[in-house]
Unconditional design. Sequence first.
Length: 236
Amino acid sequence: MIIATTGWIVAAASMALVLRLRTLSAWRMELVARACHELRGPITVARLGLELLAREDGCRPEAVRAIELELASAGVALEDLSVAHQGRRGPWRLGAVDVAALLAESVEAFRPLALARGVELGHHCQGCSGVVGVDRVRLAQATGNLIANAIEHGDGHVELCGRTDCAGLEISVNDGGPGLPAPVGDLVRRARSGRGRRGRGLAIAADVAQRHGGRLVAAADDGGSRLKLELPLKQG
């Protein structure tokens, strides 16, 4: 009886170990997939931006800053990729960030992609004259994923809105498309478990929000979808 009981304990422990290893392996693979996702996106956006600059008269400083931001995002993705096999991400760098300038650079970065897709891309800010403490490039990653999703799945017009107050920072992306195919929480969970590629950008945005102590939510809208990053930050 003792031998049989011991055998069951060993078997159960072995099964738990196997399941744990499988979970770790799946998470590492997902981290690699996310890093590759974040590497492809900025490189594509930067390339389109350079092509647009080459066709324009003069070199606009705001376009150059936008390309620099996307290349910085690609650099962060490479850092993530270099440690993904360890089941972790690269370092985070919190600092004072001018929110209005960051959102303007994000819109400028995705303007060539929007033009290529025939999408009108706009933005406005309310109370964004100060700075907040965030990881500038990670927040740009989150915002960029929401803009890219809206350009791909929206319907002709995408609006990026920023608002800061004493409670923190809110960034929303609105589009006029058919809306999300499922609740945002379901899409994020599927992507986190390695399923549902469409939700990978949303999962990345949600992770960035959570690392800042906030969240990604879907807000009610008359048409299309409206996704919001809510970050309870103190202004600097």
